[in-house]
Design a protein around this ligand. Structure first.
Ligand SMILES: NC(=O)c1ccc[n+]([C@@H]2O[C@H](COP(=O)([O-])OP(=O)(O)OC[C@H]3O[C@@H](n4cnc5c(N)ncnc54)[C@H](OP(=O)(O)O)[C@@H]3O)[C@@H](O)[C@H]2O)c1
Length: 305
């Protein structure tokens, strides 16, 4: 398949590209800068220049492809304060890609997050059947609706920690940077709240399988660890840095955990049983705590926040 991939130059994209290429697909990647274009070209990707706001470019590239994987997201806008603007841009991009694919039967794999379920489901692990909420839900729902408009559309709800040595700017590097700055690894209250997690290479395989085989209208869960207690994540980061893990009260979460203050208190256990069965997908790479024990998160990185 000739696959148009947005966000191909990002963390998850950097694993999705070799996964697709080694399965015999061709990749066309969206690049908004010379640096991203050069990185994609050297990875064996045909470059399509443009940004998420260039809706005509997205439409043309989607129409010319046999399938689309959408990974780009304006994290630079989202995490400097305007998450709603980033989510709106994402929705517009999804609508543009969707309109270009309408009636074609081609696959379109979009990206969402399991945190959308953190407030909607309580007291049990959320499943693929559960409805979520939050700023990115419109993009998720628009994608699912494309399933009834002749697009083999699916959404992968990713765990908030997609982790590996390829991850330089996600939540784990942010927590490591905050622990360094604070002099301790913080968790809120008893830290019993759970975060799901997924290794980047397992995520890449899931994207390929969804592209190749997910039925129209599938909500999929990109989750390997169903739920790691946040306290254990803080303890693992503390071990890696030679620092203590320290409980902080909720009122001080903003002071020590910055933009992650609210997320760090989410209890978000998430099942991926249906996804595994549907796509015969089995995560095989290390879980979050094992990956933290491999120490790569504690080496100096030029891209770390
Ligand atoms: N990593 C995680 O743990 C995680 C967890 C849950 C959900 N997700 C979601 O998974 C997706 C991929 O995440 P990631 O970790 O790979 O993100 P990332 O490393 O930040 O990469 C983001 C990608 O989007 C591109 N991009 C950003 N703004 C753009 C714009 N205005 N126009 C065109 N391209 C733009 C970036 O291009 P440049 O290379 O030019 O910057 C980059 O390729 C995102 O939707 C993210 O929210 C990730």
């Amino acid at each position: 398949m000739r696959v148009f991939v947005t966000g191909a130059s990002g963390h998850i994209g950097s694993a999705v590209i070799p996964e697709l290429l080694s399965a015999g697909h061709k990749v066309v990647g969206l690049a908004r800068s010379d640096a991203s274009a050069a990185a994609l070209a050297s990875a064996g990707v045909e470059v399509r220049r443009g940004s998420l706001d260039d809706l005509a470019v997205l439409q043309e590239a989607a129409a010319a492809a046999d399938g689309v994987i959408h990974l780009a997201f304006k994290h630079d806008v989202a995490f400097t304060g305007d998450y709603a603007a980033a989510a709106t841009a994402d929705l517009r991009a999804v609508e543009a890609i969707g309109s270009a694919l309408e009636g074609s039967g081609k696959p379109f794999v979009n990206t969402a997050g399991t945190f959308s379920l953190a407030h909607a489901v309580r007291g049990r692990a959320s499943t693929e059947e559960d409805d979520g909420g939050g700023p990115r839900i419109a993009s998720e729902n628009a994608t699912i609706a494309l399933g009834k408009r002749g697009v083999r559309a699916s959404v992968i709800r990713l765990a908030p920690t997609v982790h590996s040595a390829l991850d330089h700017q996600g939540f784990v590097p942010s927590l490591v940077a905050m622990a360094r700055r604070n002099g301790f690894a913080a968790y809120v209250g008893d830290g019993a709240n759970r975060w799901p997690a997924l290794h980047t290479l397992d995520a890449a395989r899931l994207y390929r399988l969804a592209l190749e085989a997910a039925p129209a209208g599938s909500r999929l869960h990109g989750v390997a660890d169903e739920g790691v207690p946040f306290r254990e994540i803080a303890e693992a980061i503390g071990r890696g840095l030679g620092l203590r893990a320290v409980s902080i009260p909720a009122e001080e979460a903003g002071k020590y955990l910055g933009f992650l203050a609210a997320f760090a208190q989410f209890d978000n256990p998430t099942s991926s049983a249906r996804t595994r069965e549907l796509l015969r997908w089995q995560p095989t790479h290390p879980g979050l705590l094992a990956d933290l024990a491999e120490r790569h998160y504690f080496e100096p990185s030029p891209k770390a926040p």
